[in-house]
Ligand binder design. Structure first.
Ligand SMILES: [Zn+2]
Length: 117
């Protein structure tokens, strides 16, 4: 559930990509859609409401469990801005054999290229 995956909606051109993911909010929104396509659902109690903390943690309003959009991914607890990660993702998923050339952590094994070669 915490894997970063490239979906059909992922931009197919670099211009489109830059326009869409130039701001961190857009990146987090994308990750949110990945994690909770039907809206936030607490992993612990199934509650649907949350608080959003200043460091982008989603906190269940019922049991106060914290959910991170980047937990379990290479982006977790990184000091690198998320927009940089998205750009890196872009390069690695659009270049031929790019993914193979990089020693991705297992959580990234689900990445598939949106570009049909
Ligand atoms: Zn909860």
């Amino acid at each position: 559930m915490t894997d970063f995956t490239i979906t059909k909606e992922f931009p197919k051109s670099e211009i489109e990509f830059d326009q869409r993911f130039s701001q961190p909010d857009a990146c987090y929104e994308y990750l949110f859609q990945q994690k909770w396509p039907d809206g936030f659902t607490c992993k612990k109690c199934g509650h649907k409401r949350y608080w959003l903390s200043s460091i982008n943690l989603y906190i269940c309003t019922r049991c106060e469990r914290q959910h991170s959009l980047t937990a379990g991914t290479i982006m977790d607890s990184s000091k690198i801005p998320i927009t940089y990660w998205f750009k890196a993702m872009w390069w690695f998923t659009t270049r031929k054999s790019g993914v193979n050339a990089v020693n991705w952590r297992p959580s990234f094994s689900t990445i598939s290229s949106p570009v049909q070669q």
